[in-house]
Design a protein around this ligand. Structure first.
Ligand SMILES: NC(=O)c1ccc[n+]([C@@H]2O[C@H](COP(=O)([O-])OP(=O)(O)OC[C@H]3O[C@@H](n4cnc5c(N)ncnc54)[C@H](OP(=O)(O)O)[C@@H]3O)[C@@H](O)[C@H]2O)c1
Length: 378
């Protein structure tokens, strides 16, 4: 049996510590992957800082992390799509409430993955390039395709031309990791995408397929986006980034002459959790942050109710329990990646090698990135 090692969250808010971990064989519908690269997402450092409050079922010692790329070393008895030695990416769902299993976290040498949340990668794609995808693509797919969110048509390797569907989607925050995937998925599903980014990233989002892009930092952002959507059939709105949900509700408030889906699927919580990492922040900082979140969610929901807007928050791992998970990881991504129609974006910023680099990678992600995914090779 292989010897495993993990970067452990040993107690709430502690720094990760590298140490021995059990090797867990797969259940019938799982594979075990020897990780060659993992990537870091905002949720990882959020769970480190406030997991005991927002995901209270996680009891340290625990292994965080959602994104892995590596080679399959063992398969469960019911697995049909993979064999030992296959190169794959996968969404590790260990922190999910109904999973709650350190063996299924990313930040270790061997991770147990659901077959359904695993996709083969082509030889042309390196592990550190491919590992940018799982959580970002899953989050985007939940918002775009789940029946309880925007319920768009599924992406296809040969998408209908946007004009054939005639619907325009607003993706606020197109230059985020989630947005980079949302743009590509929406275009592959045949939709026209209007998005926002900082001007330095306008070319980046248009190269991914957005047809129009506006600067979200501008004081005229809401009216600029509203003007771009006027008269179009709205497929819905995906709001990504701090403050994005309220701004998207403001876009829809004044939007006249547009038919379609007045639905905002929200990816982000309106909270600056990164400030809680500051040792000077004091004992009241966390309760204050939580109160602010409750207030901002309540005022956003009231705003939406008064404006006839439906809304729902994304929980990225929810797609493991519905057909969107299979659509993305089994059907769409393998073919789209192999054909080169879908690119692994944003590009990795390989931060270091080895489990001991993961803590500083978390700190770097928390410090802010632009069109880069923080990656650690293993
Ligand atoms: N609900 C879920 O299950 C789930 C899952 C994954 C992620 N998320 C959330 O989704 C958000 C994006 O995550 P990510 O990993 O994609 O982030 P990321 O790649 O770290 O995002 C970095 C980008 O954010 C953009 N940005 C910064 N402030 C913004 C704002 N106020 N509005 C719009 N864009 C802004 C910047 O764009 P420019 O450089 O162009 O300025 C930057 O490129 C985070 O809030 C994260 O917590 C939620």
């Amino acid at each position: 049996m292989p010897t495993n090692t993990a970067a452990w969250l040993v107690s709430a808010k502690s720094q990760l510590e590298v140490g021995p971990a059990p090797y867990t064989p797969p259940a019938a519908n799982q594979v075990v992957v020897a990780n060659r690269a993992v990537s870091v997402n905002p949720v990882d450092w959020m769970l480190q800082l406030v997991g005991h409050v927002i995901f209270p079922w996680i009891k340290p010692p625990f292994v965080l992390g959602t994104d892995v790329a590596g080679e399959v070393v063992e398969i469960g008895s019911a697995v049909t799509r993979f064999g030992v030695g296959d190169r794959v990416i996968g969404l590790a769902v260990g922190t999910d409430k109904d999973c709650n299993d350190a063996a299924e976290g990313a930040f270790q040498l061997f991770t147990v993955l659901l077959e359904k949340m695993t996709a083969p990668i082509p030889a042309s794609l390196g592990f550190s390039e491919a590992v940018v995808l799982p959580l970002a693509a899953a989050t985007a797919a939940c918002g775009l395709f789940q029946k309880d969110h925007l319920a768009l048509q599924y992406p296809s390797a040969a998408p209908a031309a946007p004009a054939a569907i005639g619907s325009t989607l607003l993706i606020w925050g197109g230059s985020t990791s989630v947005g980079s995937n949302a743009i590509q998925l929406a275009v592959a599903a045949g939709y026209n995408v209007v998005t926002t980014a900082s001007p330095r990233n306008f070319d980046y989002v248009t190269n991914l397929g957005a047809s129009q892009v506006f600067d979200y930092n501008s004081s005229s952002a809401v009216s600029d986006v509203r003007a771009a959507l006027a008269g179009k059939t709205l497929a819905g709105v995906l709001a990504i980034g701090h403050g994005s949900a309220g701004l998207c509700a403001d876009v829809l408030k004044g939007l006249t002459g547009s038919a379609g889906n007045r639905f905002i699927s929200t990816a982000s919580v309106d909270a600056r959790f990164e400030r809680l990492a500051d040792s000077q922040s004091g004992p009241l900082a966390l309760p204050r942050t939580m109160l602010r979140i409750v207030g901002s969610v309540a005022s956003f929901r009231i705003k939406c109710l008064l404006r006839g807007i439906r809304t729902k928050a994304i929980f990225a791992t929810s797609l493991k329990a519905n057909e969107v998970g299979s659509v993305i990881f089994e059907q769409f991504l393998p073919e789209a990646l192999a054909s080169g129609r879908y690119v692994a974006a944003p590009a990795p910023r390989v931060f270091g090698h080895g489990l001991q680099s993961i803590q500083s990678a978390l700190d770097a992600q928390r410090g802010g990135v632009s069109t880069r995914k923080v990656v650690v090779t293993l």
